[in-house]
Write a protein that binds this ligand. Structure first.
Ligand code: NDP
Length: 482
């Protein structure tokens, strides 16, 4: 470090990516400072993955109490307290956040509280203090995006939903992505009446089509009302503090939308009105770069404000780098962690290191759960000339006794020519746990024969992946071969 710098690395943002980069850089001997404007732990720990999963656990109990009868149990009517759940969740989150800060300090990182701003390519300002840094890492994450429409100020986002003073009895969720379907399951499980309004033709755009329709059917079967092709046109607060929402059916000509999808209270087929206690917008997230002085320092930003970086996390300014959601690439915690670790290695380790993101598994903690790794059917067909598709759709063991109708879907996509498994997908209990393990095999290039040669573990749902026999073959359409 040259003497005119106060530190070698200044990290802005104490979330998953920033904390990992700071700790590894410090372990590699660098002098590191980190600043966080809110709470250490970032989106994942404070208002994302962790509290969400705790709420998912809480929401499973109603079904489990109901299922218990099929196994001989008599369970007295159960009651649920939202304030108790939120207090327990808050205590857990506070513990984790404190642990993040402690781990940083233990690694020798100087931990600051405050919003940092970039003044020039090597200077950061935090709490009125100017700090000269050899390298600056922007790891400020993202923030919920809200479209502009009348009354949008009455809507909440995933920032507020974790701390509502009371459980809303009637919830409208807008969006069809990860957060929308996860919270639809949470509120439904906790006993709220849930409506999900999505503008497109099927929830979870980008996921394998079979998974999308399977999850849709399962959610609808549980009693979650899903309105496809539906836009919100306005939100109005009524005198009793409930929210009246105007919805419009946005079906394209030629789309088939059943009347039931369009009908809310007194609805006509194209426009309707619903009354809810809360309206949760889950319409995507945008990078947190506003007012940080990045563009002024010469850092190239994309049209959403995301920091444009190369595979190593370097921005257009040699001394400024970025990892995680702020780069607007794959917005997943483990990805940010890998990127943060790789950047620290690149700056202070033995060799430039890029995070290997070729096989990123992901899960949606919907009910039932989705786990997925590798290519979807559509992506695979865009890549190879012909694919073999294997599917099993079954009722998992135990569901029968419980009287439940829930079905599990497992699916493998295989390159017909090489027999390599390109994608593994699942909707059902423990899908995330199962797919995490399959991700290792798929990353290693396992073939269908490797799956077939693996002895089943019985009785499980996971064994279906090694006993799949029935195949359908699909070829890339002729014009795409050209
Ligand atoms: P997503 O990008 O997953 O979904 C956004 C949804 O909002 C899409 O259905 C999109 O529709 C819709 N939408 C976007 N703009 C508008 C608009 N103007 N009006 C109406 N609808 C709109 O975002 P989320 O907010 O659900 O989550 C953000 C990210 O956080 C995820 O992408 C994921 O990376 C991460 N995350 C991961 C989780 C996990 O790993 N389990 C859990 C939660 C979040 P369309 O499809 O038509 O564009």
């Amino acid at each position: 470090m040259t003497s005119n710098f106060d530190c070698q690395l200044f990290v802005i943002g104490g979330g998953s990516g920033g904390v990992r980069a700071a700790r590894i850089a410090a372990n590699l001997g660098a002098r590191v400072l980190i600043a966080e404007s809110f709470r250490y732990g970032g989106t994942c720990v404070i208002r994302g993955c962790v509290p969400k999963k705790l709420l998912v656990y809480a929401s499973h109990y109603a079904q489990e109490f109901a299922d218990a009868a099929g196994f001989g149990w008599s369970v007295p009517p159960a009651t649920f307290s939202w304030p108790k759940l939120i207090a327990a969740k808050d205590a857990e989150i506070s513990k984790l956040s404190a642990m993040y800060e402690k781990n940083l300090q233990a690694a020798g990182v100087q931990v600051l509280q405050g919003a940092a701003r970039v003044l020039d390519t090597h200077t950061v300002e935090v709490n009125g203090q100017r700090i000269r840094a050899e390298h600056i890492l922007v790891a400020t994450g993202g923030t919920p995006f809200l479209p502009q429409l009348p009354g949008i100020e009455h809507a909440i986002t995933s920032n507020e939903v974790f701390n509502l003073p009371a459980q809303p009895k009637r919830v409208l969720i807008v969006g069809g992505g990860y957060i929308a379907v996860e919270f639809a399951g949470i509120f439904h499980g906790l006993g709220s009446e849930v409506t999900l309004a999505y503008r497109g033709e099927q929830i979870l755009r980008g996921f394998d089509d079979d998974l999308r329709s399977h999850l849709h059917d399962e959610m609808a079967q549980k009693g979650i009302r899903i309105l496809l092709h539906t836009d919100v046109t306005g939100i109005e607060e009524l005198p009793d503090a409930s929210l009246q929402v105007a919805l419009r059916n946005a079906a394209q000509q030629g789309d088939s939308v059943s009347a039931s999808q369009a009908v809310l209270q007194g609805a006509s087929e194209v426009a309707s009105v619903g009354v809810f206690d809360a309206v949760l917008y889950a319409t995507g997230r945008i990078p947190n770069t506003q007012g940080m002085g990045l563009a002024e320092a010469g850092v190239a930003l994309d049209k959403t404000g995301g920091v444009v970086v190369d595979a190593y996390g370097h921005s257009s300014v040699p001394s400024i780098h970025a990892v995680g959601d702020v780069t607007n690439r794959i917005a997943l915690t483990p990805v940010a962690i890998r990127e943060g670790a790789a950047l620290a290695q690149t700056l202070f380790g033995a060799a430039p290191t890029a995070a290997d993101l070729t096989t990123v598994p992901s899960a949606v903690f919907s009910q039932p759960q989705i786990g997925t790794v590798g290519l979807t059917e559509a992506q695979a067909l865009a890549k190879v000339a012909q694919i073999d598709i294997y599917r099993a759709n079954f009722r998992a063991m135990g569901r029968g006794l419980a009287g439940g109708k829930e079905r599990t879907l497992v699916k493998l996509i295989v390159d017909s020519a090489s027999q390599r498994v390109l994608g593994a997908h699942m909707v059902g209990d423990d899908a995330a746990e199962i797919i995490q393990s399959l991700a290792v095999a798929i990353r290693m290039g396992a073939t269908k024969a490797d799956f077939d040669a693996t002895v089943a573990l019985h009785p499980t749902s996971a064994e279906e992946f090694v006993t799949l026999k029935e195949k359908t073959t699909r070829s890339r359409p002729a014009q795409a071969n050209a």
